[in-house]
Design a protein around this ligand. Structure first.
Ligand code: PRP
Length: 208
């Protein structure tokens, strides 16, 4: 048998929103995804899921160990990886990458301390705006940084805005819109076209 087709998915909300789309395209988990396993059978013998942290999906697909995957555009843009083909916007996990700060405070006029895990996109954004920044890399709980005086501003994902509000913060500037994208390894798109092209078509059909 030829090597199975590997689909990289990410844990959490994105997984929940992606599974119904894949199911409508005919691919469903063949076992309980809640287990501690990382590679999962599907209802198709030649298709497997691997379940990763969202940040790692573009890496696995770029390096070709997964042939196709689902990743937020924010992650793809942050990592600015090549060798990825983005054929479809799945229209789920929509959010905005924004700057935010204390609701009752304007950002300082001089150099800003900015906490974010999106250091690449933040650096690009502030450079474009001509604003000098000191970037502070954090991996979570970004909203805490302005509250405890670690940063003047954060760059983070905003969906409902509830997390900002609950912490006395307010959104400031929009950096980019994001949503879940289908990502395909460019080499695999050529070498496994006979299995990937129909799959992308089925997913596109499922979206319609
Ligand atoms: C994201 C983001 C915010 C929150 C925004 O965190 O970092 O904290 O969602 O959503 P809201 O505008 O609807 O409140 P997530 O829960 O994805 O976890 P993370 O910190 O691991 O990224």
């Amino acid at each position: 048998m030829s090597q199975p087709l590997i689909i990289a998915l990410s844990k959490g909300r994105l997984l929940k929103e992606t599974l119904p789309i894949l199911a409508a395209a005919g691919i469903e988990p063949g076992e309980d995804l809640g287990s501690r396993k990382l590679i999962f059978d599907t209802n198709q013998p030649d298709v497997k899921f691997i379940i990763l942290r969202a940040v790692d999906v573009p890496t696995f697909v770029t390096r070709g160990v997964a042939h196709i995957g689902v990743s937020g555009l924010d992650q793809i843009a942050e990592q600015s990886l090549n060798d990825l083909y983005l054929p479809l916007d799945l229209g789920v996990s929509r959010c905005r990458l924004m700057t935010a700060g204390l609701a009752d405070q304007a950002p300082p006029s001089g150099r800003r301390r900015v906490a974010t895990k999106y250091t690449h996109l933040a650096r690009e954004y502030y450079a474009r705006m001509g604003i000098q920044v000191e970037l502070i890399k954090l991996y979570g709980a970004m909203e805490l940084a302005p509250l405890v005086g670690l940063a003047d501003e954060i760059v983070d994902i905003v969906d409902t805005g509830n997390t900002l509000k609950a912490n006395g913060l307010a959104p400031r500037e929009l950096i980019m819109h994001s949503s879940a994208r289908l990502v395909v390894n460019k080499a695999a798109w050529k070498t496994r076209h006979e299995s990937l092209a129909p799959l992308v078509k089925q997913i596109e059909g499922a979206l319609a």
